[in-house]
Design a binder for this molecule. Structure first.
Ligand code: TXA
Ligand code: MG
Length: 358
């Protein structure tokens, strides 16, 4: 894979590849996406194949300001949204949300038109839409001349990429290009909210846009999608993995009785990695190696406990831990339940529950 600086010439090259049905790495302000033309089913199939993502997990379709995608009337003109499936108050609410939260880390799930391929929506009657704020994403969508479907550019179940190098490490052997837009400013994915025909809003995924901001625009509290229970799948992307213990499980390379002492030592390294939300916990973390007698590697998401900084560093630090000589990663839960604290807590919980999400 070539990492390309976002010059006008390179944006033209990558847009042409998209028009030919290729899939490419695209920077956004949240995380890097693996983009393909949303109306091209074979490009969509390549996205799922490249990520090894199951096709029951639908994609987010990205639009740009240059398309004039400001209201749901515009989104209907772009053959994405079935405006008539929404009652008048729901139409007005959608326009208000898009008017105030786009471009930005906000994804709205709306009734779709038949023109949107089933592969983009996993056969659902709805489509997830977002207008990214990153200028390179906007320029690429405009140059491609079509909305782009883009999940995060990681292999399924892995950490989302927040730099072009992360994309290289994840899927660099599978795609031709990634535009380099620098490190992602937000660092975790968009907030996903669905709107039904009556104007009810449901939070499907906490993310870069605080829930309170959406609620103050809507003037009502969001419904929160219940976690799946008793085998029921409430919404795509919300599956809990069934067999994952809470701690990372490590499979030994061979039956225990056949491992030499040397091999055993190599397999069972006692190092733990400790992910702190703020510098405040450092002394407590140092206590672990003393009390438990193990080597502890400490990384801090934000020295001052600043949530925006912690969100920006979250995935990069998780990746760094993955690459270190530690057996178990211990993460502090987020005690802040609102705004980015909610989104950070959600990602930490999912990472430790080994949730199925792409
Ligand atoms: O910040 C982001 O949103 C990033 C960047 C690249 O824009 N994209 C991203 O896409 O996170 P992805 O595919 O990893 O997450 C899409 C999630 C799905 O897992 C699902 O939960 C939800 O959005 N989703 C998409 N379409 C939906 C639909 N029709 N109904 C309900 N949920 C949907
Ligand atoms: Mg993802």
């Amino acid at each position: 894979m070539k990492i390309l600086p976002p010059t006008p010439e390179n944006i033209r090259i990558v847009a042409e590849a998209l028009r030919q049905g290729d899939v490419v790495g695209m920077p956004t302000e949240t995380v890097y996406g693996l983009a393909g033309v949303a109306f091209n089913p074979s490009a969509l199939a390549r996205i799922f194949e490249t990520k090894e993502r199951p096709t029951f997990d639908p994609l987010i379709i990205h639009v740009a300001p240059a398309m004039g995608a400001r209201t749901i009337t515009d989104l209907a003109r772009l053959k994405l949204v079935d405006r008539s499936a929404l009652q008048k108050p729901a139409q007005e609410l959608a326009d208000r949300l898009l008017g105030q939260l786009w471009p930005g880390p906000f994804t709205l799930v709306l009734p779709k038109l038949p023109d949107v391929p089933d592969l983009a929506t996993s056969g659902l009657p709805t489509v997830a839409l977002r207008m990214p704020k990153h200028p390179v994403a906007q320029a690429l969508i405009e140059a491609a001349g079509a909305p782009l479907a883009a999940p995060s550019a990681n292999r399924f179940g892995r950490i989302s990429p927040t730099s072009a190098q992360d994309v290289q490490d994840e899927i660099g052997d599978r795609i031709s290009y990634c535009l380099d837009g620098g490190r992602c400013e937000v660092g975790l994915e968009s907030t996903v909210v669905s709107l039904d025909s009556f104007g009810r809003l449901t939070l499907l995924r906490p993310g870069g846009t605080p829930q309170s901001k959406i609620e103050s625009i809507a003037g009502t509290p969001l419904l929160v999608a219940a976690l799946p229970s008793a085998g029921a799948q409430v919404a795509p992307g919300m599956l809990e993995s069934h067999y994952a213990p809470r701690k990372p499980m490590k499979l030994l390379s061979a039956p225990l009785s056949t491992l030499s002492d040397e091999q055993l030592k190599a397999e069972i390294r006692s190092g733990v990695g400790i992910l702190l939300l703020s510098g405040e916990s450092r002394a407590a973390a140092e206590r672990i190696s003393r009390v438990c007698g193990v080597r502890a590697t400490v990384r801090t998401l934000s020295e001052t406990g600043d949530l925006a900084e912690a969100a920006r560093n979250l995935f990069a630090e998780m990746r760094a831990m993955d690459a270190m000589d530690v057996n178990v990663i211990l993460a502090e839960p987020s005690t802040v339940q609102h705004g980015l604290g909610h989104a950070i807590g959600d990602r930490l919980r999912r990472a430790s529950a080994k949730r199925l999400d792409g």
